[in-house]
Design a protein. Structure first.
Length: 271
C-alpha cells in the first residue's frame, strides 16, 4: 500500500486543531451549537475520509484488477462528501453575511436562490453523467504492478470540470457582500464593532483560502470556518458576561433590526 503523506498530514492537522478547540465548546444547546458540532465532527469525518485522505489508507492498494464499479462507488462517495462540505461551509458564511445585513429578507432570498441553483446544477451534471454512461472514474496504472482508482474525463466533455463553478460564484457573492458592508462601516464613525468583526474575518477567510494553491486547501475551510464561529461566540459570551446583572434604564432605546447585530437577542441566534 502506498501512503499519501500530504493527505496523512492533513488528517493529523485537522484532528490536532479539533482537540485544541474542545475547551471552547460550551454546554449550552442552541441552533448555533448544533451547527458548530456538525461542522466539527461530521465535516471532520467527511474530510478525513475524502479522496485526498482516504487515498492514503484505502485506495492505493496493490490490487491486481480493481473493478470499475468499486472505483465508481468510491468517487461517488467522494463527491457526495465534497457536496456536504461545500454546503455546510457556505451555510456558515451565509449566516454571517445575513447577520451583517440585519437579517434582511432580500439577502435571505438571494442565498436560498443561489443554494437551490447550486444543487440543481449538481443534479444536472449527474444526469449528464448518467446520459453519457460516465461516472467520472477510471482505473489507472501509473507504474507496472500498481493499479489504482483515478478521476477521468471524457474527451471534449469539459462540463465534467464545472462541479465547482457554482461554488466559486456563490463565494464571490458572499465576499462581495462582506466587502460592501466593510466599506459602508469604514465610513461610519459609530460603526457597530460586531459587524466590523464579522466583515473583517469573512474577508480574511476568503483571502487566505484563495492564496493556498496546495492540497492543504481541502482541509482549510473545515478548520477556519469553525474558528470563525468560535470567534463570534466568544465575543458574545464575553459581552454577556460583562453586562450580566445590568438593567438599562427605561429611557435607553435599542436599535432596530435594520442596523444588524446590535442587541443580545439577535446575537444569541448565532451562538
Amino acid at each position: 500500500m502506498s501512503v499519501d503523506l500530504e493527505a496523512l498530514a492533513q488528517a493529523r492537522w485537522e484532528q490536532y486543531c479539533l482537540v485544541l478547540q474542545l475547551s471552547n465548546e460550551h454546554r449550552r444547546w442552541s441552533t448555533g451549537k448544533c451547527l458548530f458540532l456538525w461542522r466539527v465532527h461530521c465535516d471532520g469525518t467527511v474530510t478525513s475520509t475524502d479522496a485526498n485522505t482516504a487515498r492514503a489508507v484505502s485506495v492505493s492498494y496493490l490490487l491486481s484488477n480493481p473493478s470499475y464499479k468499486l472505483c465508481s462507488k468510491f468517487h461517488t462517495f467522494n463527491e457526495f462528501g465534497e457536496a456536504i462540505l461545500i454546503l455546510s461551509t457556505q451555510f456558515v458564511m451565509e449566516l454571517r453575511v445575513y447577520a451583517m445585513y440585519g437579517n434582511s429578507r432580500t439577502i435571505l432570498a438571494l442565498f436560498v436562490s443561489l443554494t437551490v441553483a447550486e444543487i440543481g446544477w449538481w443534479i444536472a451534471l449527474l444526469i449528464l453523467r448518467m446520459h453519457y454512461k460516465y461516472s467520472g472514474t477510471d482505473t489507472n496504472s501509473p507504474v507496472p504492478g500498481l493499479i489504482m482508482c483515478a478521476d477521468a474525463a471524457l474527451p471534449h466533455k469539459a462540463w465534467s470540470a464545472l462541479f465547482d463553478a457554482t461554488m466559486l460564484v456563490i463565494e464571490c457573492v458572499i465576499l462581495g457582500l462582506a466587502l460592501h458592508k466593510t466599506w459602508q462601516h469604514q465610513r461610519d464613525a459609530t460603526a457597530n464593532p460586531f459587524i466590523t468583526q464579522l466583515a473583517r474575518e469573512s474577508v480574511m477567510y476568503f483571502v487566505t483560502l484563495d492564496q493556498l494553491a496546495t492540497g492543504f486547501r481541502n482541509v482549510i475551510p473545515v478548520i477556519l470556518v469553525n474558528r470563525l464561529m468560535i470567534s463570534v461566540r466568544q465575543t458574545v459570551y464575553e459581552r454577556n458576561h460583562e453586562f450580566s446583572g445590568y438593567n438599562p434604564p427605561p429611557t435607553v432605546a435599542y436599535p432596530d433590526r435594520s442596523q444588524g447585530l446590535t442587541d443580545f437577542m439577535e446575537l444569541r441566534s448565532f451562538e
